[in-house]
Design a protein around this ligand. Structure first.
Ligand SMILES: [Zn+2]
Length: 275
């Protein structure tokens, strides 16, 4: 038996069908995914196909850190050489995704206080898969700016890879119920569950990424305390980075605002409403 770096559990359906991968803990400091996987491991029964439950980055999950050596969600690439711990994991995950028909990747974001609006990363081709979810915001087009994420790896193979950001990583308990609905609705789309799940749809606001800003200097600060999906008006000062002001060119929403990161990492994303 081959030893995997990722902890992978296989659930078989009664009949043949699709192969679905559900990832949690790609970032080890986002506990909601692994908590849901643990629950599914003990309870999930599917009508057809195969579901792989994947604790993606076990060392990072154990240490409760985002990653050990490199951001796992930026290294799933065809030219991945498997040098760092996460690149080695990525090779395994890529192999698993090559055999899978679809991916659901469960994440959470940094927002200790206040409302933490969950959202979906999904390309327009696959909006039908998320239509029934009770989550309004979707974000597309990240692949035009940054490569190597799990959902993009699937996208480049013309297969659906949906990433769901289940609210604040600091408060996973609040988002477990939503996570349960997300998993069930996703599996329902592939006829793996009998049609018993009912959730409330949300009217969708589809955003397309127009800016992907990486921190350039240690001396970096936002103009105010932003949270996910705060509305940014054209002309608004967003941040000052090494003394240089960044002003928004268009009306947009801010996504993943993070000040306390390394130089070269993503400080924020701007998304515009897709017409
Ligand atoms: Zn994450």
């Amino acid at each position: 038996m081959k030893e995997f770096l990722s902890n992978i559990i296989k659930i078989d359906g009664k009949k043949s069908g699709k192969t679905i991968a559900i990832f949690g803990g790609v970032h080890g400091n986002e506990p909601v995914g692994p908590m849901l996987l643990k629950e599914l491991e003990n309870t999930l029964e599917i009508e057809s196909g195969v579901v792989y439950l994947v604790y993606a980055n076990p060392q990072a999950i154990e240490q409760k850190v985002r990653y050990i050596e490199s951001n796992l969600n930026r290294v799933l690439k065809d030219d991945n050489k498997g040098k760092t711990y996460e690149e080695k994991i990525a090779l395994e995950l890529q192999n698993l995704l090559d055999q899978s028909d679809a991916l659901l990747d469960l994440h959470a974001f940094t927002q200790p206080k206040g409302e933490a609006t969950p959202f979906i990363i999904c390309e327009p081709e696959y909006y039908s898969l998320v239509e029934n979810l009770p989550i309004p915001f979707t974000v597309s087009g990240l692949h035009n700016f940054e490569k190597g994420s799990t959902d993009q790896y699937m996208y480049f193979q013309n297969k659906p890879g949906i990433c769901v950001e289940l609210g604040s990583r600091e408060r996973p308990e609040e988002f477990l119920d939503l996570g349960r609905i997300v998993v069930k609705e996703f599996l329902k789309s592939f006829n793996m569950l009998s049609n018993t799940v009912k959730s409330e749809k949300a009217k969708k606001i589809h955003l397309k990424v127009v800016e992907f800003y990486k921190k350039k200097n240690r001396d970096f600060s936002f103009s105010k305390l932003y949270k996910n999906f705060d509305y940014i008006q054209s002309g608004e000062l967003v941040c000052v980075d090494g003394g240089i002001s960044y002003v928004a060119e268009k009306d947009s929403y801010i996504i993943f605002p993070r000040e306390d990161i390394e130089v070269g990492e993503e400080a924020f994303i701007l998304g515009e409403i897709k017409k």
